[in-house]
Design a protein around this ligand. Structure first.
Ligand SMILES: NC(=O)c1ccc[n+]([C@@H]2O[C@H](COP(=O)([O-])OP(=O)(O)OC[C@H]3O[C@@H](n4cnc5c(N)ncnc54)[C@H](O)[C@@H]3O)[C@@H](O)[C@H]2O)c1
Length: 246
């Protein structure tokens, strides 16, 4: 598909549905991996199940809401691999709540993972990103059109779009690109509840009449991460079967 041989990719939320598919594809494409997530045992189990490959892989426990965790993981990437070529911010939290029911803590928790986490990760990794490198932030359809009972989540994802476009100005002089993917409804643990509650209506509203798969997001992330997208920056690619067209 695309060649990522010898590239170093750091992925947050790497034990999630979309990030797992991304890690597995990146490994097939030859990338070295720095996989990070909250639960180190679960992450190690996932990593151990990935196919044998020549490229190396390390894992680290990272809570993206904790700046020190993020800084440590980026430092690990620097020590192990000497730099980073690809950054994928996959950690995400999707809590169903109406605005009037959101406590200050609820709001902060969602902002902490979905927005602070992206900022901490990008800020820490930027000095280590090498020429030819690529940042792919995972936004969401929610950031474009809003999201029923997920206003905090939608606000973060819209902010990630603006943040990523702003990164372009700081990264371009260094030969690094920054883009987003905006998935629609993808079958992962994150969307199990919404699919169970409202799946038939969501499929009916989707021109392609199905949910997406994590692999269908991973392949677009791989494109943006690869040299095949070498003049693509500040862009957002929707992956949603036509349910929302910008
Ligand atoms: N599934 C979808 O339909 C969909 C749609 C649009 C965007 N997204 C985005 O894609 C990304 C991946 O989501 P997914 O669907 O694979 O969900 P998922 O729930 O399977 O994965 C999310 C991962 O983030 C990790 N995480 C949560 N809080 C964290 C924290 N504080 N620090 C570090 N890691 C943390 C979780 O442990 C989990 O492994 C998220 O950013 C999500 O918002 C998903």
């Amino acid at each position: 598909m695309f060649d990522l041989a010898g590239k170093v990719a750091l992925i947050t939320g790497a034990n999630g549905g979309i990030p797992r598919a991304t890690a597995a594809l990146f490994r097939r494409l030859g990338a070295h991996l720095v996989l990070t997530d909250l639960d180190p045992a679960a992450l190690d189990t996932f990593a151990a199940a990935l196919p044998e490959a020549q490229a190396r892989m390390v894992t680290a426990r990272v809570d993206v809401t904790r700046r020190a965790d993020v800084d440590d993981a980026v430092a690990l990437a620097g020590r192990e691999f000497g730099g980073i070529d690809i950054l994928v911010t996959g950690a995400g939290l999707y809590v169903e709540q109406e605005v009037t029911a959101m406590s200050d803590d609820d709001w902060r928790r969602t902002i902490g993972v979905n927005l602070d986490g992206v900022f901490y990760t990008c800020r820490a990794a930027m000095p280590l990103l090498r020429r030819g490198g690529s940042v792919v932030n995972i936004a969401s359809m929610a950031g474009h059109r809003g999201s029923v009972r997920h206003a905090h989540y939608a606000a973060c994802k819209a902010a990630v779009l603006g943040f990523t476009r702003s990164l372009v100005h700081e990264l371009s002089p260094r030969g690094v690109r920054a883009n987003c993917v905006s998935p629609g409804i993808i079958a992962t643990p994150m969307t199990e509840a919404i699919m169970a509650q409202n799946g038939a209506a969501l499929i009916a509203a989707t021109p392609m009449k199905r949910f997406g798969t994590p692999e269908e997001v991973a392949s677009v992330i791989a494109f943006l991460a690869s040299d095949a997208a070498s003049f693509v920056t500040g862009e957002t690619i929707h992956i949603n079967g036509g349910i929302y067209m910008d």
